[in-house]
Ligand binder design. Structure first.
Ligand code: ZN
Length: 186
């Protein structure tokens, strides 16, 4: 399996949020300097969620030509994001991620080269859009008062997830429906 980490620079914050809603592991480098971003991309021995034996690949999406050129000169996988609205940037980003997964998958003998890797990357509703943590599945009735009543009493019919880091709640609704549509359309 291939685990992709996308590092997104300060100019692409809304893209970062949408990618996280799609389940992509995104480092939003708003508070990181250029050198810090590149050092992170070079990292090989940092914790990878996919665990030992998996493949972890790191990509940079940026609108800064100088930064992308510097990263590429160091052999890092850096991409200049196109200017344009969120939908077109998103479409571009998903295409690049699929390409990167395909490339890594090819490198590993005996791995599934089909949709399995793709499923692993795009899993809407698994990650906090605010802080990137993986969400916990929690019993809705324990959070009465913190979430809308129809979610808490279960009449909603869907589940409830909570971010263990920042405490934000998520339930299947407009955001995730939108996300499934975004992904289905590509
Ligand atoms: Zn969070």
């Amino acid at each position: 399996m291939v685990h992709v980490v996308v590092v997104v620079d300060a100019m692409l914050g809304t893209l970062a949020k949408r990618l996280r809603l799609a389940g992509v592991d995104v480092i939003y480098g708003r508070s990181m300097g250029d050198e810090e971003l590149l050092t992170f991309l070079e990292g090989r021995d940092v914790f990878c969620e996919n665990g030992p034996g998996g493949v972890c690949t790191r990509l940079l999406f940026s609108r800064d030509r100088g930064l992308v050129a510097e990263g590429q000169s160091r052999g890092l996988t850096c991409f200049l994001a196109p200017s344009g609205d969120l939908d077109s940037t998103w479409e571009w980003a998903v295409g690049v991620i699929k390409w990167a997964v395909g490339r890594e998958t090819e490198k590993v003998r005996g791995m599934d080269k089909g949709g399995g890797a793709e499923m692993e990357i795009f899993s809407p509703g698994t990650r906090c859009s605010r802080c990137n943590s993986l969400l916990d599945d929690v019993p809705p009735h324990l959070f009465r008062g913190s979430v809308p009543d129809n979610v808490a009493v279960g009449s909603w019919g869907g589940g409830l997830w909570r971010c263990p880091t920042c405490g934000r709640f998520y339930w299947a609704g407009t955001h995730w429906d939108d996300m499934k549509r975004y992904l289905a359309g590509l």
